[in-house]
Design a protein around this ligand. Structure first.
Ligand code: AMP
Ligand code: TRP
Length: 327
């Protein structure tokens, strides 16, 4: 199956990104023809700093290799290296309803209270749909917050197919069973996020071990003392249980059972330690990969070449079916 996913180069990546998305990338590259894209074009839709975008893009590419994406098992590339993505977004805007974009919750959330809201923030989901559809994608591994955007991509594929003739495969989102929505450790009713969350409640993949331990130690838990998985009633504790389940590779009921007669303090200590162990080898690999920028850029050039080749026929079909005179 063809797999495609994208990840933004803004903000340092956190354990929510790892558990909700990157972990799935690493799994899916094994059995599938997988494409992963650092979506740098998406990063200019909110206020940003050019130098920061430049550095973060390379940081994220190195991090993706460090968490386990392998150049010989998948194709990793930068969105701006394959110009077809920007073109596809423009072409797809012809089948996108203005009202439809206005209903996107991410647009509403990110635009709220801002002095300046760019047109790019509004059309962001069209660019994302193009990313996916250009690759005749079967499945899109993402976290829960991307459900609505995936629905839109499916909708645009269907609308384009019926208006201009069968062109796109209609993709399907896949969401992890555990950890599709990791919550902020300080405000466990809000999703963990580098833009909307608290710094103390956001555990970064590259945080030093002591910082990780401290963030978990000071996590906000719920009333009562029983370690039980009940997201509505006990959001803080349930979030820690999910993280521990993933970090230690233990199913949720077993995690619960192992805290019989023990309290929140033990849970916080254990989850912090498990995450430190999980991230330690990734942090080591990251430092090595990031230090060799020439090699990193070489790998990304190879990835872009493969992505260009793979997406070109679909882009050409789009132009042709829409009636453009080809050069
Ligand atoms: P972004 O950094 O916004 O590009 O997100 C990259 C990926 O991480 C997407 O697939 C998101 O759905 C996923 N993601 C972001 N925040 C979380 C979270 N708190 N829990 C689980 N997945 C998340
Ligand atoms: N919008 C996604 C996010 O914020 C990132 C993204 C862009 C993406 N293009 C994509 C995800 C294509 C999956 C497929 O997380």
């Amino acid at each position: 199956m063809r797999v495609f996913s994208g990840i933004q180069a803004t903000g340092a990546k956190h354990i929510g990104n790892y558990i909700g998305a990157m972990r799935q990338y690493v799994e899916t590259q094994e059995e599938n023809d997988a494409f992963f894209c650092v979506v740098d074009l998406h990063s200019i839709t909110s206020d940003y700093d050019p130098q920061d975008l430049h550095d973060r893009t390379l940081d994220l590419a190195a991090l993706l290799y460090a968490v386990g994406l392998a150049p010989d098992k998948c194709t990793l590339f930068l969105q701006s290296h394959v110009t077809g993505h920007a073109e596809a977004a423009w072409l797809l805007s012809a089948v996108t309803g203005f009202g439809q974009l206005g209903r996107m919750t991410q647009f509403k959330e990110k635009g709220e209270g801002k002095d300046f809201v760019s047109a790019g923030l509004f059309t962001y989901p069209v660019l994302m749909a193009g990313d996916i559809l250009l690759y005749q994608t079967d499945i899109v591994p993402v976290g829960d917050d991307q459900r609505q955007h995936i629905e839109l991509a499916r909708d645009l594929a269907e609308r384009f197919n019926s208006r201009f003739g069968q062109t796109f495969k209609v993709p399907r989102g896949v969401f992890p069973e555990v950890g599709a929505r990791i919550m902020d450790l300080q405000e466990p009713t809000k999703k963990m996020s580098t833009t909307g969350g608290t710094p103390q409640g956001t555990v970064l993949v590259l945080d030093p071990p002591d910082v990780i331990r401290k963030k978990f130690k000071t996590a906000v838990t719920d009333s009562g003392r029983e370690v039980r998985y009940a997201p509505d009633e006990k959001p803080g504790v349930s979030n820690l249980i999910e993280i521990l389940s993933v970090a230690s590779g233990t199913a949720i009921p077993e995690v619960e059972a192992s805290y019989d007669g023990r309290g929140y303090g033990d849970l916080k200590g254990d989850v912090g330690e498990a995450v430190v162990q999980l991230f330690a080898p990734m942090q080591e690999r990251y430092a090595e990969l990031r230090a060799d920028e020439a090699e990193l850029r070489r790998l990304l050039r190879v990835g872009a070449e493969k992505a260009r080749e793979t997406s070109a026929p679909t882009l050409a079909d789009m132009y042709e079916r829409m009636g453009f005179v080809r050069p």
